[in-house]
Ligand binder design. Structure first.
Ligand code: CTP
Length: 422
């Protein structure tokens, strides 16, 4: 037992330093974070914080080797809970920390998980608190491997990883890149944010398991000349949130995106485009085998027909340039009219008469489900309120973060999606 552990009060009533947000994506989840002895243990500090920021409660248990890298006091301060390292810890009333600590946990997440620790778990060994907790668990186990590339590729490690997977353990990563030892290759622990994302995905209901989904998002940019263009205020947040939620629900997701400042969601393949015509070409190239098409992009209806290949210059007394416009193709309508095409969901940007206009738009575009943004000025905001319009009528998804709404919307879409691809 380390000094910090020994000197802690033994009570779990220390207030958590991070007030867990009630609407966080991990709200109500109790996680046991196991930390084993690898240099990546430092990333587990940020992980503990980020899990709590998403609403989870985090109880840390460490191996002795882990305490050589990070002290228990750090995790105790970050989580506001005593940290356990010892199977004989007297602070648990019935003297059974190896059982008690994981009871009530929704999952055990071991990050970093060393080669040695994974070998132990694969073989059912239980010779310290954390390995005993893992063997005695009645909840899912997630491990985030972290090791040198040779250790990762060693036949024994790969056998152990295969055994863990076969036993239903979720193996998160590892990533590839520069390693603490100076070598480069597979075996790096995923970053804290990636592990949080994978943990959220782990808990999401797999309503789109085995499905393939194509999403458009963001604005389009229609050039006037090489340095100017026409675009709109779409931030891409809603489309990105939907792509992410589809992936969390188990789908393979391609995101065709106009210019945005956003990072592609983890595990989603992004295809970058600029103009509406580029977006149409990318959608057509990705369409084969898709089960679902969700058109969230704010596509410009018009492009400049006489765009200049040279920068337009002001001329003395010349006046403004005379721009001519041509209508852009309707991407959603063209996909919806394809025989044997995917189930199509559109979005409607309306400033008035949302329900009537959206119902009319749904019929005109030939899509089974159209989603309207309730209220104006949703562009760039982090929250939204949605009206779902299908042939049966309307359903409202009340105001919430775009993240929460996207997950709810994916549930609504999954309920309507034909069992076989239409
Ligand atoms: N859409 C599309 N291609 C276009 C225009 C729109 O795929 N050229 C899609 C959008 O991604 C959205 C839906 O159609 O899913 C409705 O977009 P919206 O801008 O509301 O409708 P418009 O068809 O542009 O009609 P209007 O601007 O006249 O309301």
């Amino acid at each position: 037992m380390t000094d910090a552990t020994a000197s802690s009060s033994g009570s779990s009533s220390v207030p958590s330093p991070i007030a867990p947000p009630a609407d966080g994506e991990l709200a109500g989840r109790h996680l046991l974070l196991g930390v084993t002895g690898g240099v990546a243990a430092f990333k587990a500090c940020e992980l503990a914080r980020e899990l709590q920021r998403r609403g989870a409660t985090v109880q840390v248990a460490m191996t002795d080797a882990a305490t050589k890298f990070i002290g228990t006091a750090t995790f105790q301060a970050l989580t506001g809970r005593p940290v356990y390292t010892d199977a004989w810890d007297g602070r648990i009333d019935n003297g059974m920390p190896h059982i008690d600590l994981s009871r009530g946990a929704d999952a055990i997440l071991v990050a970093p998980a060393t080669a040695d620790f994974m070998a132990k778990v694969a073989h059912g060994l239980a010779d310290d608190l954390l390995s005993t907790l893992v063997l005695a668990r009645d909840c899912p186990l997630l491990v985030a491997p972290a090791m040198n590339r040779q250790m990762w590729s060693a036949a024994a490690t790969q056998r152990n990883v295969a055994t863990l997977r076969a036993d239903g353990v979720a193996v998160l990563g590892p990533g590839a890149g520069e390693q603490a030892c100076g070598e480069t290759g597979d075996g790096r622990m995923l970053e804290a944010q990636q592990l949080v994302e994978e943990t959220i995905a782990f808990f999401a209901p797999k309503q789109l398991a085995g499905r393939r989904v194509l999403v458009t998002a963001g604005p389009t940019f229609e050039p006037i000349d090489p340095v100017r263009g026409i675009t709109n205020l779409s931030s891409g947040k809603m489309g990105y949130a939907i792509a992410r939620a589809c992936r969390h629900a188990g789908a393979e997701v391609v995101l065709v995106s106009g210019p945005t400042a956003l990072d592609a969601p983890l595990g989603v393949r992004r295809v970058d485009v600029r103009s509406a015509r580029e977006m149409l070409a990318a959608v057509q190239a990705e369409l084969a085998g898709q089960d679902l098409f969700v058109a969230v992009a704010a596509v410009a209806d018009w492009r400049v027909a006489n765009a200049s290949t040279r920068k337009l210059k002001k001329t003395e007394g010349g006046g403004p340039p005379a721009l001519e416009f041509a209508q852009n193709p309707d991407i959603l309508a063209s996909v919806a009219s394809m025989p044997g095409g995917p189930y199509c969901v559109g979005f409607a940007a309306e400033t008035e008469d949302l329900e009537a206009n959206a119902q009319d738009k749904r019929r005109r575009k030939g899509v089974p489900l159209l989603v309207g943004n309730i209220g104006q000025a949703t562009f760039g905001r982090d929250d939204n309120e949605l009206l779902l319009i299908d042939a049966q009528g309307t359903t409202t998804l009340p105001r919430a973060s775009k993240t929460r709404l996207a997950a709810a919307l994916v549930g609504e879409i999954a309920r309507r999606l034909p069992q076989a691809r239409c």
